[in-house]
Ligand binder design. Structure first.
Ligand SMILES: NC(=O)C1=CN([C@@H]2O[C@H](COP(=O)(O)OP(=O)(O)OC[C@H]3O[C@@H](n4cnc5c(N)ncnc54)[C@H](OP(=O)(O)O)[C@@H]3O)[C@@H](O)[C@H]2O)C=CC1
Ligand SMILES: CC(=O)N[C@@H](CCC(=O)OP(=O)(O)O)C(=O)O
Length: 403
C-alpha cells in the first residue's frame, strides 16, 4: 500500500469525519478545538491515506474565496480545479453577487461551485481557509471581521507594509487594522517560506514586487550589487489592473501602444524597498517605473544594477544558480537566454537571467512572471499549501502555455 502522510489537522478533520468514519465525533471536536487554538500540526499521530481513499478525500480543506468574480478570484478557481485537497465552499462577489461562476466566467462553467454571494451574507462556519481577492481598503474592513480560526491569504496590498504610516502615505487612506498588520507575514514564498509555515495571515506580494525581489534579494544578501543604484523598468499586462471597467484600460487606449504610469509614485515602491532593505540590512531606495503593455497576461522587470567592486557577471549568475537550484518555480535560464513573458503564461514560474552591460561594472537582470499566477493567485496557493502543510506545488504543476 502506498500512502500519503499528513500532519496538519486543519484539513484532516472534515475528511476524517466525512469520508473515513474512523474517527468519533469526540475526537473530531477535540481536533477542531485544537485547530481553533491556531496550530496546524497533529501532536501525536499522523493520518495515513491510502491511494484509493485519497481520491475520495478530495477537497477536504474548505476554501472561502472572497472576490471570486475578479481576475485573481477566477484564477484561484482555475488552479483549485486541479487541487486534490482544497474545495471551494463559499464564494463572494459585489456587483455580481447572486450569479454563478459559469455565468460570470464561462471558461469555468464546468466547475460545480456555490453561487457567489455578498460578503456581508457570508457564513464562515463551513470554511477553513480564505483567499481574499478584494481591492485594498475594502480588504482590511472585511478581514478584520473574520473568525480567527481561519487561515487567510490576502492578495491585496493591505497587509504588505509593516510601517502603517508608510501605508497611509502611499495608499492615501488610514489603516484600520494595525493589529492584524503586526501579525501578517509577507508571502514572498521562496524567500520567507519558514515564516509562512506558521502564519495565520499571509500578505501575498504584489506582482511587480514579486518579479523584482526574486532576482534581487539573493544578490543583495550576498553583497554582490551596489544597493544605491538600482533602476527598474517594469512592464505589465492589462489584467494586472483587475476586471473593473476603467477608461485607461479600454482596448483603444491600450492596443498598439505602451505607456508609463505611476512615475515616481507607484504604490509598489515602498513594498519593493521594504523587501530589498531587509535583504541589505539597511535602508535602500530604487528608481521604479511601471509600464502598461498591450498584452493580457505577463510581466517583465528589466533591472539595471551596478555590481560591487571586483564582482563579475559570473558571480551574479552563480549566486542565483545556488539560491534557486532546488526551487521548483524560480528558474535561472541558461547563460545568454532571454526570458520572455511567453515562457511563463498561465504558470507559476518566475524565469530570470543576468547579462553584462556594455558599460563595465554594470549588469542587466531580466525577470518574467505571469502577473495572475506567480504574481497573484499561484503564489497565494503556494503559500496556503505551505501554511497547511501540503506539498507546496499542489495544484500548481502547470507548464506554461506557449506560444
Ligand atoms: N490582477 C493582478 O494581476 C493582481 C492583483 N492583485 C490584487 O488582488 C486583488 C484582486 O485583484 P483582481 O482580481 O485583479 O481585481 P478585480 O477588480 O478583477 O476583482 C475584484 C473583486 O472584488 C470584488 N469587490 C470589489 N469591490 C468590493 C467591495 N466593496 N466589497 C466586496 N467585494 C468587492 C469584486 O466583485 P464584483 O466584480 O462582483 O464587483 C471582484 O470580485 C486586488 O487587491 C489587487 O490589487 C495582486 C497582484 C496581482
Ligand atoms: C497593470 C496594473 O494596473 N497593475 C496594478 C498592479 C497590480 C497589483 O499587484 O496590485 P496590488 O499591489 O494592489 O495588489 C497597478 O499598477 O496598480
Amino acid at each position: 500500500m502506498s500512502a500519503a502522510t499528513f500532519n496538519s489537522i486543519s484539513f484532516t478533520r472534515g475528511y476524517l469525519w466525512k469520508d473515513e468514519g474512523k474517527i468519533s465525533r469526540g475526537m473530531r471536536n477535540e481536533k477542531a478545538k485544537f485547530h481553533i487554538r491556531g496550530s496546524a500540526t497533529l501532536p501525536t499521530k499522523s493520518l495515513q491515506i491510502e491511494d484509493g481513499k485519497a481520491q475520495k478525500s478530495k477537497k477536504q480543506v474548505r476554501i472561502g474565496l472572497l472576490g471570486a468574480s475578479g481576475y485573481t478570484g477566477a484564477e484561484i478557481v482555475r488552479l483549485l480545479a486541479n487541487h486534490p485537497y482544497f474545495g471551494i465552499t463559499l464564494m463572494t462577489a459585489d456587483r455580481k453577487a447572486g450569479q454563478s461562476i459559469g455565468s460570470v466566467f464561462p471558461h469555468l462553467i464546468s466547475q460545480d461551485l456555490p453561487t457567489m454571494i455578498s460578503v456581508k451574507d457570508a457564513d464562515f462556519s463551513n470554511v477553513d481557509a480564505v483567499f481574499c481577492c478584494l481591492p485594498h481598503g475594502t480588504t482590511q474592513e472585511i478581514i478584520k471581521g473574520l473568525p480567527r480560526s481561519l487561515k487567510i491569504v490576502d492578495l491585496s496590498a493591505d497587509f504588505r507594509l509593516r510601517n502603517i504610516s508608510e501605508y497611509e502615505e502611499w495608499y492615501g487612506q488610514s489603516h484600520i487594522a494595525p493589529d492584524l498588520q503586526k501579525e501578517a507575514v509577507y508571502g514572498l514564498t521562496e524567500i520567507l517560506r519558514e515564516d509562512i509555515k506558521n502564519a495565520r495571515l499571509v500578505a501575498n506580494p504584489g506582482c511587480y514586487p514579486t518579479s523584482i525581489q526574486l532576482p534581487l534579494v539573493p544578490l543583495i544578501k550576498a553583497n554582490l550589487i551596489q544597493s544605491g543604484n538600482i533602476i527598474i523598468d517594469a512592464k505589465s499586462g492589462v489584467s494586472g489592473a483587475g476586471r473593473g471597467a476603467k477608461e485607461a484600460n479600454l482596448y483603444s487606449e491600450i492596443a498598439e501602444g505602451i505607456y508609463s504610469y505611476g512615475v515616481t509614485k507607484h504604490r509598489h515602491v515602498p513594498e519593493i524597498e521594504q523587501g530589498l532593505s531587509d535583504a541589505a540590512n539597511s535602508k535602500l531606495t530604487v528608481s521604479f517605473t511601471p509600464h502598461l503593455m498591450p498584452m493580457i497576461r505577463g510581466m517583465q522587470s528589466t533591472i539595471y544594477v551596478e555590481m560591487a567592486p571586483g564582482v563579475t557577471i559570473e558571480d551574479l549568475y552563480q549566486q542565483l544558480q545556488i539560491s534557486y537550484k532546488d526551487e521548483e518555480f524560480v528558474k535561472l535560464l541558461e547563460k545568454g537566454v532571454v526570458p520572455r513573458t511567453h515562457n511563463v503564461r498561465g504558470s507559476n514560474y518566475c524565469l530570470m537571467n543576468v547579462f553584462p552591460d556594455r558599460i563595465p561594472g554594470r549588469a542587466i537582470i531580466i525577470s518574467v512572471i505571469d502577473n495572475l499566477v506567480k504574481g497573484a493567485s499561484g503564489q497565494a496557493l503556494q503559500n496556503l499549501n505551505i501554511m497547511l502543510g501540503f506539498p507546496e506545488n499542489t495544484g500548481l504543476v502547470y507548464q506554461p502555455l506557449f506560444p
